[in-house]
Design a protein around this ligand. Sequence first.
Ligand code: SF4
Length: 370
Amino acid sequence: MTTRHNWTKEEILKIYNKPLMELLYEAATVHRENHDPNTVQVSTLISIKTGGCSEDCGYCPQAARYHTDIEGNDLMSVNQVKAQALRAKEAGSSRVCMGAAWRNVKDGEEFDSVLEMVRSINKLEMEVCCTLGMITENQAQRLAEAGLYAYNHNLDSSEEYYKEVISTRGFQDRLDTIENVRKTNVTVCSGGIIGMGERVEDRAGMLVALSTLNPQPESTPINALVPVEGTPLEEQKPVSIWEMVRMVATTRIVMPETQVRLSAGRMQMSREGQAMCFFAGANSIFAGDKLLTTPNPDVNEDMEMFQALGLHPQKAFEKKSQSESISAEDSKYQNLGEKPKWSRPGHKIERNIEAQKVAKIRFENVKKSD
Ligand code: SF4
């Protein structure tokens, strides 16, 4: 099957709504044609800077305005990150994703530290991925030179539903960051979240946006919302395993070569449910007891599951060879003191504003009782 870049929403909906057995069979067939069905990549996510983000993503406990129980921390040191990456490698991970709760990357000391982190993880012969918010082309080039393997920037949902979740920047801003990454040799990781109250049409819409990118993202995380108390989406009902399986299978069919990542929400899934997702084409998981700030299965439990299913972890650089890390002194790209340009969408989301007000009251009450 060749990779198509002209999928329509109607076609994708038709696939998503097929009888489940037919959908699974088709997805598993596409999966086998493009990947080893018994290999699953194990990645580790390190939250290098937690909380205090100025954005208003309705699902995110790290947004400063929502007052959740998340303990924030400043940017970790290069040595701390390197030590965690080494532990992850010893536990079987071939990829490390570093997440910072930033709206966008700002040139300066902190970004220089992140570049050093990329260099040191690349030296461990692991694939390095970053998710740092919006970036400019020059920042993407500097990350590429440091040896970055992938940059993650999720579309989250369809363009239409995105406006119901985030008001502080537009959908196009996300596409612009992806385009900036595409101008380098860094691979693109972009996916989304289901269970935020969107319609099935929005799930299909998100897959249209992702699959019509040319080239398609090399990696697509499919997250199930983990509702966190204090966020505007705290009362969302969990998605069923059937919805997750359908979403994974549909993603596999429309994006045959992409690495499909089973991401947030695995804690709520049984092993049998996860096995069905692997059969439907998921070929990556995140290991470690936390996924940024939400709970995730323990690595030993995952290894037991791999054994039961006869799966084995993917080696690093199986899909694309390792890039060389260029040291800061030899870099041909300068610190330009840049900030990415973004739109100011001018729409407001009532429930996000409400959550912000509730957080303010809660915060004042806590202060009074201290
Ligand atoms: S998802 Fe990212 S950008 Fe949005 S609030 Fe959370 S940390 Fe900030």
